[in-house]
Design a protein around this ligand. Sequence first.
Ligand code: DX5
Ligand code: ZN
Length: 228
Amino acid sequence: MSRELILSPSMLSADFPCLGQELTQIVKGGAKYIHIDVMDGAFVPNISFGMPVMKSLKKWKEANQADLIFDVHLMIEEPARFIDDFKEAGADIITVHVESTKHLNRTIAAIKEAGMKAGVALNPATPLSVLDYVLDDIDMILIMSVNPGFGGQSFIPQTMQKLKDTKTMIGGRDIDIQVDGGVNLNNAKEIILAGANVLVAGSAVFGKNTLEQCKAFQDLFKDIKQSV
Ligand code: DX5
Ligand code: ZN
């Protein structure tokens, strides 16, 4: 297992009145990323938050000199319209859905030209072959393990095979495999062994004891690294 294992807690499930404390806990707990789910009520049947909320997170990050990567998952129609705005709001990685854009290649190029890492997300029913001609241009593949739009859903079992196929498809390329939806401490090991190295977790991190949950994921990562 060569790639770094990374936890990306999904802010969607955080306690918003105490967001600063939540972020402090995840950083203390060893999370390298914060997963920021942006929803527009058109691509997905839900609306979440956007640039203004991210800008206040950015202020928090600067004030606390926090080492936290903003991992932005755009669930919006034609995301290319907002790439520069998300950059300004602090995005480090932008992931767009292949189903949300008519011009995937152009959108990926715009993300990279703006100086960010580019990810491409696939809904559960979308085949991997849509990535055939962009594989050399992307930094991350996000395999959705639920239908996007809501936290707290159950992991779709067919995702395990899709992760294995993704790993095979990538070959020796320098691409992270992120998995998002229904990830928890019980299924994380199988998910990692199937090929994922960036794990998004919302309800499994926030809502109980955020710090303890993050630490439990880090312990699991260590165990897996040592055993393979
Ligand atoms: C769903 C979002 C997820 C969500 C994950 O559309 O993309 O990031 O917050 O939540 P859990 O981990 O609770 O399934
Ligand atoms: Zn997400």
